[in-house]
Design a protein around this ligand. Structure first.
Ligand SMILES: C[S@@+](CC[C@H](N)C(=O)[O-])C[C@H]1O[C@@H](n2cnc3c(N)ncnc32)[C@H](O)[C@@H]1O
Length: 243
């Protein structure tokens, strides 16, 4: 039996309440939830938010001009917690934050959470980059992608367990890396010079070797990996080839 099938059914019910707690979401991400809006996060959301906040702060400290950093979150989910945590911690004139998702209900929900927190961000519907204008380029493009292999997710009944309205929340295709590959491929032309992609996965579903293999064809440079001991997730950073 695979590790994911042993671990997930035990851990998921224990964490279910924590992952939806408005109090914890406010504490961890600095985001307040309007009454009646259900938002959940996973360990990768936490690590991606932490990594992005660190990277944005480092970039702002090092920059030599007044231009705001341009950020794009792929797959904002129900509450755009990564983007709104950056908005909560960064002066509004120093970042321009965009975000997209392929699910209309998740875009609506994220827009409502952003309005409630009075953050000036733009969220819209897009299947990966299909609705991102070709003139747009970003310093950071970040994604907590669906990375569970289809068969594994079906066996673990993830859509039912997570109580979400579709498989897109977790379904990474046959080997778990299909959406990630498409994202990496398409993201390259939306990266500003010196810009990078930042994405997170859980190795229990998507092992390091497979992530590296997925990144390899697209020529990302200076690939870095961040893996804290206290979380089951890993974040990868890759810089565009035009750096
Ligand atoms: C694992 S969830 C992450 C949600 C949220 N960002 C978080 O970290 O909690 C993956 C998100 O990616 C979105 N997604 C999946 N495929 C997508 C695609 N082709 N284009 C845009 N968004 C996509 C899903 O709808 C879902 O909201």
């Amino acid at each position: 039996m695979r590790l994911s099938h042993l671990v997930y059914p035990v851990v998921q019910p224990l964490l279910k309440r924590l992952r939806r707690s408005p109090w914890l979401i406010r504490y961890v991400f600095g985001v307040r939830l309007p009454r009646g809006v259900a938002v959940q996060y996973d360990p990768t959301t936490v690590l991606l938010a932490r990594t992005m906040n660190e990277m944005v702060a480092e970039s702002l400290a090092k920059r030599t001009n007044d231009r705001p950093l341009r950020l794009l979150e792929m797959g904002i989910g129900q509450g755009a917690l990564v983007s709104l945590s950056i908005a909560a911690q960064t002066p509004p004139d120093q970042v321009k934050i965009d975000g997209v998702d392929c699910s209309p209900s998740r875009v609506n929900s994220s827009q409502e959470v952003a309005r409630f927190n009075k953050h000036d961000v733009q969220f819209w519907l897009s299947d990966l980059f299909s609705e991102v204008t070709s003139e747009s380029t970003y310093d950071f493009i970040y994604f907590n992608p669906p990375y569970v292999p289809t068969q594994t997710g079906r066996e673990l009944q993830l859509t039912r367990r997570l109580e979400v309205d579709g498989d897109q929340m977790w379904d990474g295709g046959d080997d778990g890396a299909s959406v990630l590959r498409d994202f990496l491929d398409q993201s390259r032309r939306f990266l500003a010079p010196g810009g990078c992609v930042v994405f997170g996965v859980q190795e229990i579903f998507l092992p390091d070797a497979l992530v590296r293999e997925a990144m390899e064809p697209y020529g990302f440079q200076n690939v870095q990996k961040r893996k804290p001991r206290w979380l089951p997730s890993t974040v990868y950073i890759g810089y565009g080839a035009n750096e």
